[in-house]
Write a protein that binds this ligand. Sequence first.
Ligand code: BT5
Length: 264
Amino acid sequence: MSSDAIKNKLRTKFIGREIRYLDEAESTNDIAKELARKGAPDGLLVLAETQTRGRGRLGRVWQSPPGGIWLSLILRPKLPPQEAPKLTFVAATAVATVIRSLDLDAKIKWPNDILINDKKVCGILTEMEGETDVLHHVVVGIGINANFNKDNLPKDIQKTATTLKSELNTTISRTEFITHLLNEFEHSYLLFLKNGFSPILAEWKEFSCILGENVRVYLGDKIIDGKAIDVDQSGALILKLNNGSTERVFSGDVSLRRRSNNNL
Ligand code: BT5
């Protein structure tokens, strides 16, 4: 992989037109945030071969061995801060589209996971910096388990994770994958800025694996069981509870309950 090889194949206007390519990073999201604070341009891509302190949500560890795709994008949308989480949906549909082009049945699990056969192959971490009503910049971090086998992950994660290599029994061209992803992402991102969230949400719902399913949502110490009936225009998950009432959930971890041995 090299910055030039990626740039040569890109069809984007600004996403990935500037690239910081690193052999190793603590976290590409942290590097992107630092660069954004120093005025880095809209669309700058940070890419690392491995991360030593890859992060998930709520400070969780994101395993990032060599062979994966660990990247972050700096975005400077003119949006109110409450719109920023919708960029996770933009990224998720782009990732799912690219994985599907490899003939794998990628599904999206609200809010930020891409699964293949119920196993997590990708996680997205969207972080923003700004003031109450002004967004300075957003960093969208995307981690894809690409060219390594899932036994390269710690034992406890192997149960719930997969990799493209494990699914395909072969490696992919990460350069092709990344350029395809950046092309897709820019297309959806510009559509979102121009036409709003509806077209993104419609595509996202086609890829969703939880709508219509019984789920358990973990919200810190709180657990909510219900049927996932919709995701609304703000990106919130709508649950129908057993007592017939509905509840909107804005963040949390969802586990599917359709199979008794499924602990994702
Ligand atoms: C996420 O968090 O899924 C967001 C992951 C974002 C990673 C990217 S890589 C580039 C950029 N730089 C960063 O530092 N981060 C971003 P969350 O939903 O909180 O899921 C975290 C959980 O997923 C962990 O607690 C593990 O259970 C599991 N996990 C960790 N590493 C994994 C991996 N490589 N594959 C699948 N599951 C993993």
